[in-house]
Design a binder for this molecule. Structure first.
Ligand SMILES: Nc1nc2c(ncn2[C@@H]2O[C@H](COP(=O)(O)OP(=O)(O)OP(=O)(O)O)[C@@H](O)[C@H]2O)c(=O)[nH]1
Length: 201
């Protein structure tokens, strides 16, 4: 597990220097945002990132160790760009204590569960509470039910995800990193919800 581990050239360990490989501040036309992915091990966080950044899916990928970093810029219809600086955290319990290093200061949190796994939905709720307690007050949060291609194995009905997301001020989306379903839409939806800095011109 850990799709992004197949992309080592843009991967780094540890949160030091929170903007590796990036230059220049955000402005009204070119936003730069720190995004963190949280969720149980095996829910598909790395695969979502790899699908979004590289358009690839690697079913044989490895578990994430610590965290990995990738960035991707998207252009919106109003000719603004959003550069996502993505911290993909490791879902295994042994790395849980590291998570605050990655979600601290994040403008966006993407909390992922596997819609075939009730345990992972419980874990997603744990991360939402953690973010509510310790994340930035104006953080944009998405709740993602991944592995939507495995519909015959679904355990969490969409309504449950929607209801939980609404109660917690998040938006809900179901994705499949395998088929690419809703992956770009996830990031476009986040981009739409970002607070815009005042234009200086
Ligand atoms: N069917 C299906 N399998 C998926 C999907 N996304 C990921 N997987 C599989 O789920 C497993 C785990 O994916 P990862 O992306 O490594 O999971 P992770 O959340 O990054 O796990 P950690 O690195 O331990 O935190 C891999 O075997 C993937 O091939 C999906 O959308 N559909």
């Amino acid at each position: 597990m850990g799709c992004a581990s197949s992309a080592p050239d843009r991967t780094t360990r540890g949160p030091n220097g929170l903007n590796p490989g990036t230059e220049g501040p955000s402005d009204a036309k070119n936003l730069k945002v720190k995004l963190v992915l949280l969720g149980d091990s095996g829910v598909g966080k790395s695969c979502i990132v790899l699908r979004f950044v590289r358009g690839q899916f690697d079913p044989t990928s490895k578990v994430t160790v610590g965290a990995s970093f990738l960035s991707q810029t998207i252009a919106l219809q109003d000719s603004t760009t959003v550069k996502f600086e993505i911290w993909d955290t490791a879902g295994q319990e042994r790395y849980a204590a590291l998570a605050p290093l990655y979600y601290r200061g994040a403008a966006v949190a993407v909390v992922v569960y596997d819609l075939t796994s009730p345990e992972s939905f419980t874990k997603a709720q744990y991360w939402v509470k953690e973010l509510q307690k310790h994340g930035s007050p104006d953080i944009v949060m998405a709740l993602v039910g991944n592995k939507a291609d495995l519909l015959d194995r679904r355990e969490i009905p969409a309504e449950e995800g929607i209801e939980y997301a609404e109660k917690n001020g998040m938006f809900y989306i179901e994705t499949s990193a395998k088929t690419a379903d809703n992956i770009n839409q996830l990031f476009e939806e986040i981009a739409k919800r970002l607070p815009r800095p005042e234009s200086s011109s």
